[in-house]
Design a binder for this molecule. Sequence first.
Ligand code: HEM
Ligand SMILES: CC(C)=CCC/C(C)=C/CC/C(C)=C/COP(=O)(O)OP(=O)(O)O
Length: 299
Amino acid sequence: MTPATPLLPPADWRDFLALTKPRVLSLVVFTGLCGMLAAPVAIHPVLGFTAILCIAMGAGAAGTLNQWYEADLDAMMKRTAGRPLPAGRMERQSALHFGVGLGAFSVILMGLALNLAAAAILLVSILFYVLIYTVWLKRRTPQNIVIGGAAGAFPPLIGWAAATGQVALLPLLMFMLVFLWTPPHFWALALFVKTDYANAGVPMLPVVAGEKVTRRQIGLYTIPMAFAAVLPWPLELTGAIYGLSSLALTGWFALLALKVAARTTGADDAMLPEKALFKYSILYLFVIFAALVVDRWMA
Ligand code: HEM
Ligand SMILES: CC(C)=CCC/C(C)=C/CC/C(C)=C/COP(=O)(O)OP(=O)(O)O
């Protein structure tokens, strides 16, 4: 008979917070907030706050269920081995209950306090990240983040839908921007943490197809991403504040991406341009979404 595994003491609140991936969540929630503020309808502040809370809880639940499912993978990578589950600071059951409870609560609250459209898109994004990306694609194909990345692109649509009850062309372009931004964002990072993914057997593009292909793909995805970013101005969905900001911000993104795409590296390369592109990708999304809101509010 195998001895029963001793139960761990109750986890600290900080471990529950870590399950929600709070740093990634900050940008996910910000894009949701901007989607809501860019909508042509003024939402009551209490309802607006509730909607943002629901997006945060839904995304946190998705991050939690992702970590519940892939604790084995996380244990194999330096970057993730210290998370609450692989580090053995929490029972798997606690993470599962927390994730399912928080996710269900976020969708129900969104449906009751806001509207069904916003609740439905929130539910789709949670299921997309957990089932399509984490369970189905991540361990199977190097296209995992291209398709699965759609999950992280939904928040602007959710924010807009929370305010208006509908979707429209502008939030769809915001969705496309985040969707097409995700591959360069992630592959820039994957180039410099390649060995981590290789050790864990995750088929990320640089591991499976090599550096050269990954660099080319970063360059290729940047082209439609740039179109999605600047299109709202010529379509007269925004004014010049957003138009000029998006041109400048996206121009800089394209330059960094081009630099990464054109490079070949040796064994002891410090990967500085790749690190710069990854860091800038995060700043880029924060600032371009902020510019969109400023533009719509000044109009
Ligand atoms: C499938 C798509 C994506 C993948 C695979 C991915 C992967 C990663 C990874 C591995 C990191 C490294 C650091 C960490 O673990 O915190 C990271 C950082 C980050 N990602 Fe992504 N990401 C994706 C999509 C997104 C989306 C949609 C957003 C927000 C809109 C986002 C926002 C961020 C932010 C803000 C950071 C920096 C976190 C920090 O400072 O530690 N990511 N991403
Ligand atoms: C509104 C809503 C429900 C959004 C949820 C989508 C969400 C949290 C998107 C962010 C994507 C993300 C953190 C990918 C990390 O990939 P990974 O899980 O492979 O990273 P890891 O190796 O750090 O675990």
